[in-house]
Design a protein around this ligand. Structure first.
Ligand SMILES: [Zn+2]
Length: 143
C-alpha cells in the first residue's frame, strides 16, 4: 500500500466468518491504484457475498490465500485489503466494527471504536481526508 488506507473494517458477518474460518475479517479499504503488487500475480475468483451482489476475491494462485476483495458496491476502484496478509498487520487497527449482529459471543469489542449492527453511513464515520480521497475517485470515474 503506497499510503494509509481510507478506512479499516472489522467485519463480523457470517460470510466473512465462513470465508476466513474464524471470527471476523479485517479489511483495509484503499484506492486500487495505491496497491502495489511487488511480485507475482493474483487469481481473481467470483464469490458470493452477504449483499447478494457478489465480490471478486484476489487470491494467491499458489496457496489461494485471499489478499484483497472488490465488492460490487464499491466497484473496482476500491480494494479491500486483507490486513492479515500485510508484512506488518499490526499497523492498521479497525476504524469500525460492522455486522456485529452476527458477532461471535466471545468476541469483546473495544469501547473507543464505532460498533454497528450491520453497516454505516460513510459520510458519518470516515475522516475528512478519506472522504476527499473518495470524492476524487468518484470525480475520476465520471471522466
Ligand atoms: Zn463480512
Amino acid at each position: 500500500m503506497s499510503s494509509g488506507p481510507l478506512f479499516v473494517h472489522c467485519c463480523h458477518c457470517s460470510w466473512c466468518q465462513r470465508e476466513t474460518g474464524t471470527a471476523f475479517a479485517l479489511n483495509a479499504l484503499i484506492e486500487a491504484d495505491r496497491v502495489i503488487l511487488d511480485h507475482g500475480e493474483v487469481e481473481v475468483i467470483d464469490t458470493p457475498s452477504n449483499s447478494g451482489k457478489g465480490q471478486k476475491i484476489a487470491r494467491c494462485p499458489r496457496c489461494h490465500v485471499a489478499v484483497w476483495s472488490n465488492y460490487t458496491g464499491a466497484g473496482d476502484v476500491i480494494r479491500f485489503i486483507r490486513v492479515g496478509t500485510l508484512d506488518d498487520p499490526g499497523q492498521f487497527s479497525p476504524d469500525v466494527h460492522i455486522f456485529t449482529e452476527s458477532k461471535l459471543p466471545w468476541v469483546a469489542l473495544p469501547q473507543d471504536v464505532p460498533v454497528v449492527p450491520t453497516y454505516y453511513r460513510v459520510s458519518e464515520l470516515w475522516p475528512a481526508e478519506s472522504l476527499e480521497r473518495r470524492a476524487a475517485l468518484a470525480a475520476k470515474s465520471r471522466k
